[in-house]
Design a binder for this molecule. Structure first.
Ligand code: PLP
Ligand SMILES: N[C@H](C=O)CCC(=O)O
Length: 429
């Protein structure tokens, strides 16, 4: 494959944007090659500026459950655009999407729309602090909750990809209010609560982590967090920005049968447009302005284009569609593990619902330390090998792969053939 036009585009972009990108992980930095520049997306495929096409397992980092430019979503956006793109005033379409979300996530008795996952999680912890009158937030190493100051402590995703896990510019006083615990570590959790439980405003967790690669939480561990937060009067926040509609049709809270106090959503609920939400018990949401004293606002919140795209996506994505995605991932797992055995490669295929990732590790990855210990060099070669064969996966070990309803039998076979070739090349060197 040739990447001449992408290379030129990257050169130009670096003059305008830091690192040539508008979000760090897009720069392919950890993969030690230049990024591809995208011209268009259609169904399960992306097309770059050199005319190459790729079977897409990134899907805009999760939102596109119906694939790229699904006609029902595009038509809904166009229809709404013809009526106006933004009013800065209330609309019936917001209420319609809000009611649909409540039916999927009954724990969200009330909710508020915002524009990004970061805004949703930042608002959620402000609410937890306002509601409890406490300051301390607990998060887990390798989990990523967006780029709010309080979350850039031992964070996953792009922060981990670039080997920092923290960020300059976050005042120590703020970072010190975030306590970070190892994921899936019951003893560390219990010890922490015994010493500091009464200080905790909220515990925020990706119930299925997707930002250190895909690492499911252990059911007993998650259940214990629920018990301890209740016992100590802290709020439990499920960050379902990624897992919503993906870990299970009604999110990880359905899969684990655990009700959080606050849920954050984004990605799928906006169908590829900027949209997010946070919500929870009515009694807690009553603290949000204008009802209560926790202030949070947004010029474009509940934007009608995003509402239209979200509604069109969720109305056309049924439980059978979700099951189709799960089936695809399960079949792929079987095929990949069989190839790994054939080539004697140490592969962990970790999946949950329609999300999965591949680690080169002898043992299952249960936390961030395990993910860091996996063979990153091999992952880098795996990524590049697949890209050159027209399969696009996230350019980082600390991310998750997604499938859409447009990933069918042809795409499945293409993927297995490509992985076969790349695994062969990995065991040669
Ligand atoms: C679990 C999780 N929370 C929060 C975020 C932040 O969302 P956004 O990138 O829309 O700000 C992301 C993704 O970036 C995420 O995966
Ligand atoms: N892991 C992030 C979201 O889920 C990746 C998106 C980004 O940081 O641009």
């Amino acid at each position: 494959m040739e990447y001449v036009e992408s290379t030129k585009a990257f050169y130009e972009a670096q003059k305008v944007f830091p690192g040539g990108v508008n979000s760090p992980v897009r720069a392919f930095g950890a993969m030690e090659r230049d990024p591809i520049f995208i011209e268009k997306g259609e169904g399960a495929y992306l097309y770059d500026v050199d005319g190459n096409h790729y079977l897409d397992y990134v899907l805009s980092w999760g939102p596109l459950v119906l694939g790229h430019s699904d006609s029902r979503v595009v038509d809904a956006i166009v229809e709404q655009a013809n009526k106006g793109t933004s009013y800065g005033a209330t609309t019936p379409i917001e209420t319609e999407l809000g009611i649909l979300l409540q039916s999927l996530y009954p724990s969200m008795e009330q909710l508020r729309f915002v524009n990004s996952g970061t805004e949703a999680t930042m608002s959620a912890i402000r609410l937890a602090r306002g509601y409890t009158g406490r300051k301390r937030i607990v998060k887990f190493s390798g989990c990523y909750h967006g780029h709010g100051d309080s979350f850039l402590v031992e964070a996953g995703s792009g922060v981990a990809t670039y080997g920092t896990s923290n960020s300059a510019g976050v005042p120590e006083e703020i970072a010190n209010l975030t306590s970070t615990l190892p994921y899936n570590d019951m003893a560390a959790l219990e010890d922490f609560f015994e010493l500091h439980g009464n200080e905790v405003a909220g515990v925020i967790i990706e119930p299925v982590a997707g930002n250190m690669g895909l690492v499911p939480s252990n059911y007993i561990f998650l259940q214990r967090i629920r018990q301890l937060t209740e016992e100590f009067g802290a709020l439990l926040i499920f960050d379902e920005v990624m897992t919503g509609s993906r870990a299970a049709y009604r999110g990880a809270q359905e899969a684990y049968s655990i009700q959080p106090d606050i849920t954050t959503l984004a990605k799928v609920i906006g169908g590829g447009l900027p949209c997010a939400a946070y919500g929870g018990k009515r009694e807690i949401m009553a603290f949000v302005s204008p009802l209560g004293s926790v202030y949070q606002a947004g010029t474009l919140s509940g934007n009608p284009l995003a509402m239209a795209a979200g509604l069109a996506t969720l109305k056309n994505y049924h439980e059978e569609d979700f099951n189709q995605l799960v089936n695809y991932v399960e079949r792929l797992k079987e095929a990949v593990l069989s190839l790994a055995e054939q080539y004697a490669l140490p592969v962990q295929f970790q999946s949950f619902g329609s999300m999965f990732s591949i680690f080169f590790s002898e043992t299952p990855v249960e936390n961030y330390a395990d993910a860091q210990a996996s063979n990153q060099e091999m992952f880098k070669r795996f990524f590049s090998g697949l890209l050159d064969l027209g399969i696009y996966i996230p350019p980082s070990q600390y991310e998750t792969l997604f499938v859409s309803t447009k990933h069918g039998e042809v795409e499945f076979q293409l993927t297995v053939e490509a992985i076969d070739k790349v695994f062969q090349s990995l065991c040669r060197k």
